[in-house]
Design a protein. Structure first.
Length: 212
């Protein structure tokens, strides 16, 4: 299966050109710091073999069982501002119960969007807006943790300085649910960001697990 996926990745990247990145993540090692075992056109996101996971990979590792479907044709973005059209396919074990890998396609549509916007401005009779917000693709686990922490603050809706205990528990719950604590040494960074001790962090995690 893995050898076939390697060949498929090469074929797709060759077929659709240098703007098409194809990535294979191996989840069987349970190593969130180094899940990429094959990548074609890695310059699209700046990643390489041995690099860490995306948001969806952490979800798969954190889930234990498959509670979500493949994601087709959704928007992502890179740290340097590229907008990508992405597809994520979960590779499951023989019992179709556990995710053992991820096959992902990321196509750089930045230039196409710029052309589309130029045409829209030329033909539009009234201003148009879009509510689609691209999901970020981290270059490494440190960037990914920063993005997850930023998302947890957005979930609460107020800066850390104004957060109550309940607000921080809500933020910690989000980080726990998204698999942030699978990242090596994430606990210390999260404690420092929220101004809490490791003991308090563990207490908040347990409290968060008891929430509906």
């Amino acid at each position: 299966m893995l050898q076939f996926l390697f060949r498929l990745a090469k074929a797709l990247s060759a077929q659709f050109g240098p703007n098409c990145e194809v990535v294979i993540h191996d989840l069987r090692t349970n190593d969130p710091d180094s899940s990429i075992v094959a990548i074609e056109n890695g310059h699209v996101t700046g990643r390489k073999i041995g690099d860490g996971p995306s948001h969806v990979v952490l979800e798969a590792l954190n889930s234990g069982t498959v509670n979500f479907d493949d994601r087709l044709c959704y928007l992502t973005k890179t740290k340097d501002g590229k907008t990508l059209k992405s597809t994520t396919i979960y590779i499951r074990d023989e019992d179709d119960q556990q995710p053992i890998g991820i096959f992902s396609i990321n196509y750089d549509i930045t230039l196409m969007l710029a052309m589309e916007e130029t045409l829209r401005q030329f033909t539009a009779t009234a201003p148009e807006t879009t509510e689609d917000t691209p999901e970020p693709i981290a270059r490494n686990v440190s960037d990914l943790l920063d993005e997850l922490i930023e998302q947890s603050v957005k979930r609460v809706g107020k800066p850390v300085a104004l957060m109550t205990k309940e607000d921080k528990v809500k933020a910690i719950r989000f980080l726990n649910d998204t698999g942030a604590f699978l990242i090596t040494k994430s606990g210390g960074k999260i404690c420092k960001f929220f101004g809490i001790s490791k003991y308090t962090l563990y207490s908040y995690i347990e409290e968060a697990k008891g929430m509906d």
